[in-house]
Design a protein. Structure first.
Length: 274
């Protein structure tokens, strides 16, 4: 019996040792699997990190590229467009605008049609000028253009409610500048109607204060006739869409009357007979 009991103990010890060996091997396999899994997770984390960094860099580049065309915003014109849609002006605003002692001699041919080509940083606007209906205005406009008076000047005023005009022609950019002389009203509509595409003179309450400032009507507008109205001296034949585009960008600060959000400057002005 003693020999049999000893044999049983030996067998039990061997079984126990085999079990421990199997358990040890299983633990070793689990450790290896965990280590492999850890390496895989680390590699995936690095890959994901690289992808995320690349996407962020791409987003930044897109944002930078799109900075010249910000997110579209609504304006009081009832349409939606980008706040800035034109390249920056190439000419600086004149530091000391020219002035002239008096209105130039009337040399315009009243029987001819004149064409004004106004190049801006937003595109070229072409206008037919009515020498037969507004000879003093067309004569002055051609004189100022020939002397480079308008070069670099910004269109300083945009209105987007009630009246719909873009006002230009003041080298000071303040709305108070002028060429040093003034003249009277010509060809003002008795009904105060200014259709889209109209080119007309701006003035103060003084009917003889026409000078260099003019406005481009981008949407049908009615203006008061008190004081004589405003001289119509031309019509836009090409580029009305440019004015509309500037108008859609709105007025700086969200107002309806003030400096255009989209800067637009006159880079050249040429007047010639058609």
């Amino acid at each position: 019996m003693a020999g049999s009991a000893k044999r049983e103990r030996q067998l039990a010890r061997e079984r126990y040792e085999r079990q421990q060996a199997r358990r040890g091997a299983a633990r070793a396999r689990r450790r290896r699997n965990q280590q492999v899994a850890g390496v895989v997770v680390a590699v995936l984390a690095v890959v994901v990190g690289i992808i995320a960094l690349t996407a962020l860099t791409g987003s930044d580049k897109k944002t930078t590229a799109a900075s010249s065309t910000p997110t579209p915003t609504s304006s009081s014109t009832g349409t939606t467009s980008a706040a800035t849609v034109c390249p920056p002006p190439t000419l600086d605003q004149p530091k000391k605008p020219q002035t002239f002692a008096k209105e130039p001699p009337l040399t315009v041919d009243r029987k001819a049609t004149y064409v004004a080509t106004m190049k801006t940083n937003c595109g070229t606007i072409t206008m037919d000028l009515f020498a037969n209906q507004a000879p003093h205005t067309v004569n002055s406009f051609a004189f100022l253009a020939a002397n480079g008076y308008f070069l670099g000047s910004r269109c300083h005023r945009l209105t987007t409610s009630g009246i719909y005009v873009l006002q230009c022609g003041d080298p000071t950019g303040t709305g108070t500048g002028g060429p040093g002389y003034g003249f009277g009203i010509e060809n003002a509509p008795k009904d105060g109607a200014y259709p889209a595409g109209t080119v007309a003179m701006a003035r103060s309450t003084d009917p003889n204060s026409n000078g260099s400032q003019f406005f481009l009507v981008y949407r049908e507008t009615s203006l008061p006739t008190t004081g004589g109205g405003y001289t119509i001296f031309g019509r836009i034949t090409k580029g009305l869409d440019i004015v509309t585009k500037v108008a859609r960008a709105g007025v700086s600060g969200g107002s309806t009357d003030g400096t255009p959000t989209q800067e637009i400057a006159i880079e050249s002005m040429r007047v010639r007979k058609a």
